[in-house]
Design a protein around this ligand. Structure first.
Ligand code: NAD
Length: 790
C-alpha cells in the first residue's frame, strides 16, 4: 500500500461530544411546569403534556407541558401588563437587558449547543459553530437597535404585544430572530416553539430570568398547532410573526385578515443553486454540501435545486457524487458527523415519500453506498438527476437531504429555471465572473442571493422571501420595521359603497357627450361587459358615465401591467422625469380638475384647487424621491458586503378611496410608480371621472404603455378580483372594513403583500400621508451577499 492508498484508507475515530451536562440539566427539570409565563414556571392549565424525543435514537427526552387556550390567555395578559413599562423604558435600559441575554447565552453556549443537537438531531458542529453563535450575535446586535430607535426610526413606535411562532429546524436561532428585534423595539412577547424542539427555549427562558428581563416581557409557551392557533386568534396581540411552512402561513394570513394585526411570514423555499461553466467547481461542490446537506436539508433556504450549465454538468455531478460518498452520516453528537438524523419519523416518512414520487415521475435518484445507524431517523444524502422542471422534486419543498438537478444552456435559461417556482426565498450564483453574477442576482425572484457562497446569515442583514416564501424581513434595519409602526395620519372611517340608483336628473345636452372608458395597456378601452356606471354630481345630476369594469378587465389590466418591462427596467432617473412630466401636465389642466372636483364632490373652489395643487406637489415629491429611496450596504462580520437592494414589488393593485379622490389616488399610485412597480388602479367608485380625466394627462406624459392601468367600477368587487389574482404581487386597499378584510383573506393564493387601511382612510392632505412609509411598501428588499478576497 503506498502513501496515497494509506491516506485514503484512513478511518475517522469517533469523536463524541460529552453530554453529561445536558443530561444533568434534563434530569434536574420538571418539564410538566415548562410554561414560562409572567416570569414564573407553570403547568398547563389542563395538565396536558407532549413528548419530545431524541431523533438519533427515538428515546424520550421529556414530557413537556402543552399550553391550552387558557394558558395563552395568561401569557398574553402577562405581556400586556408588562408592555407599558417596557415600551417606556429608555433605549439604554432595553439595550442593557438585550446585552445581558447575549452575554449569559455566551456563558452557556456549549449547553445550548448540546441540547439543541440532542433535541433536533443536527450535527454538533453546526449547533456549536453556527446556530448558537448566530443567536448570541442577534441579541448583542439588537441591543444597539434599542438605543438607536429614535435616531434611526423617527416617528415609529413598538407595535405592542407580539405573538411569535417558530419551527423546529433552527429552534434557538429562530427564537433569537424573533425575540431580539421585538425587545429592542419595546414590544413584549408570547413565543411558541415547535413541539419537536422545546428544550433550548426552556433554557433560554432560564437565561431571561437571570439576565434581568422584567416579568411578562418574554413569555414562552410550549405546545403544538392548537396553542399556535390560540396565539394567532388572540385579540390582545397586535402582531404575529410566524416562521414555518407556506401551508400554515396561508392559514395564518387568512385567520388574521381584517384583525388589524401586523403580520410577517417567513415560509418555505425551493432555492436555486446556479453553477455557470466558469465557476470554480471544487468551491461550488463545497458550497453545495453546505447548501443542501446542512442540517440534513431541513433548511428553508436550502439550495435544493442544482441548476448547472450543460457543458460542465457531467464533471460537476461526478465531483458531487465523489463528495457525497465522503459525507459522514452518524451520531449528531460526533464532532466528525456531517449528516445527522431527521427531526422525527414523520419527517423521514415524508422525505421517503417525496423521493419515491419523484422517481415515479422520472427522476433518477442516487445515494452513496453507506450504512445508516441502526436506530434513529437517518436518511442518506440523495442526488436526483433527470429531473424535469415539473417533477415534484423540482417543485415541492422536500425539507430533507435531497438535491434535484437540472441543466441549462445560457444565462436566460438559468434565470427562467431558477424563477420557475412559487417560492422566492434564496438563491446561490456561482461564477468566477462577478459581473455575470451581479447581472443575474437582480433578476432572481429571491429575497437573498449569495454570490459564490451559500447559507450566509447575519443579524445585520435582512432575510426573508418573495412570493409564497412569505413577506417581511428578519435581521438588521429591515427586520426592525417589522416590530414598529409608523404614525400615519388617520382619516375618516370608510363606509361600504351603497349601490346607488342611477341619477335621474339628466344633463341639458349642451355639451358634447364624452365616453369615459377604461385605461389598459396605454389605450382607452371599452369595458369587456359593455356596461356603464352612472356618476352623479354633488347635486345628484348625471355627471357622466364610466365603464363598469369586470373580472375580465382586471385580468387584461394585470396582463398589460406584467407585460410592461419598460417601466421596471427604466432607470430611476427616467422614472423620475416621467413623474415630473405627469405633474407638469396635470398643472397645465389644474383649473379643469379643480372644477371637476367641485362639480362631483361639492368642494369649494378653493378646497378643490388646493387638492389639485397638493396632487401636483405629491407627484413632484415622488418624482424627486424616485432616485433617492435607495438600498444600503450591510457590513456583516465576514469578508463580504451585503447589498440590500430595493426592488419593485412587481404588479401592484391599488384600490383608491373616495375621500380626496384625486389626491388619494395620486398619493398611492405615485410612490408605487416611483419605485418601478406597474399599477392596476381602481379609482374612487363614487368619483371615478377624476381618474378617467387623467387618461390624457398620462398619454401626454411619456408613461410607457401598461405602467398605469385604470379600471373603473365597483371597488369591493374589483378589490376581490385583484386579491385573488395570482399575478398581482402587491395590493393596497383603502376601502370599507369588509372589503379590506376580504382582500387580505383572499390574497393567500400567491401570498401577495397586502396593505389595507382596515376600513380607515388617511388624511391625504397631511404631509405625513407621503414619503418613506409609502415607498417602503413599494419595494422588496433583496440582500445580495458578495464575498471578497482570494
Ligand atoms: P409548520 O408550519 O408545520 O410549523 C411551524 C410552527 O407553527 C410550529 O410551531 C407549529 O406548532 C405551528 N403551527 C402549526 N400549525 C399551526 C396553525 N394552524 N396555526 C398556528 N401555528 C401553527 O412548519 P415546520 O414543519 O415546523 O417547519 C418547517 C417549515 O418552516 C418549512 O416549510 C421551512 O421552510 C420553514 N422555515 C422557514 C424559515 C424562513 O425564515 N423562511 C426558517 C425556518 C423554517
Amino acid at each position: 500500500m503506498n502513501i496515497l492508498d494509506r491516506y485514503h484508507a484512513m478511518e475517522y475515530s469517533p469523536a463524541p461530544e460529552a453530554r453529561n451536562e445536558a443530561d444533568a440539566w434534563l434530569a434536574a427539570r420538571d418539564f410538566s411546569k415548562a410554561l414560562f409565563i409572567d416570569g414564573a414556571w407553570k403547568a398547563a392549565s389542563g395538565g396536558r403534556t407532549f413528548e419530545t424525543s431524541e431523533p438519533s435514537s427515538g428515546k424520550l427526552l421529556a414530557k413537556v407541558s402543552d399550553a391550552s387556550a387558557a394558558d395563552i390567555d395568561a401569557a398574553v395578559a402577562a405581556a400586556t401588563k408588562a408592555l407599558p413599562k417596557w415600551s417606556a423604558a429608555s433605549g439604554y435600559q432595553r439595550a442593557k437587558v438585550l446585552y445581558a441575554i447575549g452575554r449569559a447565552m455566551q456563558r452557556h453556549q456549549r449547553l445550548f449547543a448540546v441540547l439543541e443537537t440532542i433535541d433536533n438531531g443536527k450535527p454538533i458542529r453546526e449547533s456549536r459553530d453556527i446556530d448558537v453563535p448566530l443567536a448570541i450575535r442577534h441579541f448583542i446586535h439588537h441591543a444597539g437597535w434599542a438605543q438607536a430607535l429614535d435616531r434611526d426610526f423617527p416617528g415609529h413606535k413598538g407595535v405592542g404585544v407580539v405573538g411569535q411562532i417558530i419551527p423546529w429546524n433552527f429552534p434557538l436561532l429562530m427564537l433569537a430572530w424573533k425575540i431580539a428585534p421585538a425587545l429592542a423595539a419595546g414590544c413584549t412577547v408570547v413565543l411558541k416553539p415547535a413541539e419537536f424542539t422545546p428544550l433550548t427555549s426552556i433554557l433560554f427562558a432560564e437565561i431571561c430570568e437571570r439576565a434581568g428581563v422584567p416579568k411578562g416581557v418574554v413569555n414562552i409557551v410550549q405546545g403544538g398547532p392548537e396553542a399556535g392557533v390560540a396565539i394567532v386568534n388572540h385579540p390582545g396581540i397586535q402582531k404575529i410573526a410566524f416562521t414555518g411552512s407556506s401551508e400554515v402561513g396561508k392559514i395564518i394570513r387568512k385567520a388574521t385578515a381584517g384583525s388589524g394585526k401586523k403580520l410577517s411570514l417567513e415560509l418555505g423555499g425551493k432555492s436555486a443553486f446556479i453553477v455557470f461553466e466558469d465557476a470554480d467547481l471544487d468551491s461550488a461542490v463545497e458550497g453545495l454540501v453546505d447548501g443542501i446537506w446542512f442540517n440534513q436539508g431541513q433548511v428553508c433556504c436550502a439550495g435544493s435545486r442544482l441548476l448547472v450549465q450543460e457543458g460542465i454538468a457531467d464533471a460537476l455531478i461526478a465531483k458531487v457524487k465523489t463528495r457525497m460518498g465522503r459525507l459522514r452520516v452518524g451520531s449528531p453528537l460526533d464532532k466528525n458527523t456531517d449528516i445527522g438524523p431527521l427531526v422525527d419519523l414523520t419527517q423521514l416518512e415524508r422525505v421517503k415519500g417525496l423521493i419515491a414520487e419523484g422517481a415515479r415521475q422520472g427522476a433518477v435518484c442516487w445515494q452513496p453506498d453507506a450504512a445508516l445507524p441502526s436506530s434513529g431517523y437517518y436518511h442518506l444524502p440523495t442526488l436526483a438527476t433527470g429531473v424535469s422542471p415539473a417533477n415534484i422534486l423540482a417543485q415541492e419543498e422536500v425539507f430533507g437531504p435531497v438535491l434535484a438537478t437540472m441543466t441549462f444552456r445560457n444565462t436566460e435559461e438559468a434565470i427562467e429555471l431558477a424563477n420557475n417556482t412559487r417560492y422566492g426565498l434564496a438563491a446561490s450564483v456561482w461564477s468566477e465572473n462577478v459581473n455575470l453574477a451581479l447581472h443575474v442576482a437582480p433578476q432572481l425572484k429571491a429575497g437573498v442571493v449569495w454570490v459564490n457562497g451559500t447559507n450566509m446569515f447575519d443579524a445585520a442583514c435582512g432575510f426573508g422571501g418573495y412570493r409564497e416564501s412569505g413577506f417581511g424581513r428578519e435581521g438588521g434595519r429591515e427586520g426592525m420595521f417589522e416590530y414598529l409602526t409608523a404614525k400615519l395620519p388617520l382619516g375618516p372611517v370608510i363606509k361600504p359603497a351603497t349601490v346607488s340608483a342611477q341619477p335621474v336628473e339628466q344633463t341639458d345636452g349642451s355639451a358634447i357627450d364624452r365616453t369615459a372608458k377604461l385605461f389598459i395597456g396605454g389605450k382607452q378601452i371599452r369595458p369587456d361587459g359593455n356596461y356603464s356606471l352612472a356618476v352623479a354630481t354633488a347635486k345628484g345630476k348625471l355627471a357622466g358615465e364610466v365603464g363598469l369594469g369586470s373580472r375580465k378587465d382586471i385580468r387584461d389590466a394585470v396582463s398589460a401591467a406584467r407585460a410592461c418591462k419598460a417601466w421596471p427596467e427604466a432607470t430611476a432617473y427616467n422614472r423620475s422625469q416621467v413623474l415630473y412630466y405627469l405633474a407638469e401636465n396635470l398643472s397645465g389642466r389644474a383649473g379643469e380638475f379643480a372644477a371637476r372636483l367641485t362639480e362631483l364632490t361639492g368642494a369649494s373652489a378653493k378646497a378643490a384647487r388646493e387638492e389639485v395643487d397638493q396632487s401636483i406637489e405629491r407627484l413632484f415629491l415622488y418624482a424627486g424621491l424616485a432616485d433617492k429611496f435607495e438600498g444600503r450596504v450591510h457590513q456583516p462580520p465576514a469578508r463580504a458586503v451585503t447589498l440590500a437592494l430595493h426592488e419593485p414589488v412587481g404588479v401592484v393593485g391599488i384600490v383608491a378611496p373616495d375621500s380626496s379622490p384625486l389626491l388619494g389616488l395620486i398619493s398611492l399610485v405615485a410612490p408605487a410608480l416611483a419605485m418601478g412597480n406597474t399599477v392596476v388602479a381602481v379609482p374612487s367608485e363614487r368619483y371615478p371621472l377624476l381618474a378617467t380625466d387623467l387618461y390624457q394627462v398620462i398619454e401626454y406624459s411619456d408613461v410607457p404603455a401598461g405602467a398605469i392601468n385604470i379600471v373603473t367600477g365597483r371597488s369591493a368587487e374589483l378589490a376581490g378580483v385583484l386579491a385573488k389574482h395570482d399575478d398581482v404581487d402587491g395590493l393596497w386597499v383603502f376601502a370599507d372594513a369588509e372589503t379590506c378584510a376580504k382582500a387580505e383573506a383572499e390574497s393567500i393564493g400567491n401570498l401577495k403583500r397586502v396593505w389595507s387601511g382596515n376600513g380607515c382612510g388617511l388624511d391625504w392632505a397631511s404631509d405625513e400621508a407621503a414619503g418613506d412609509a409609502f415607498l417602503r411598501r413599494a419595494v422588496e428588499i433583496k440582500n445580495v451577499w458578495v464575498p471578497y478576497g482570494d
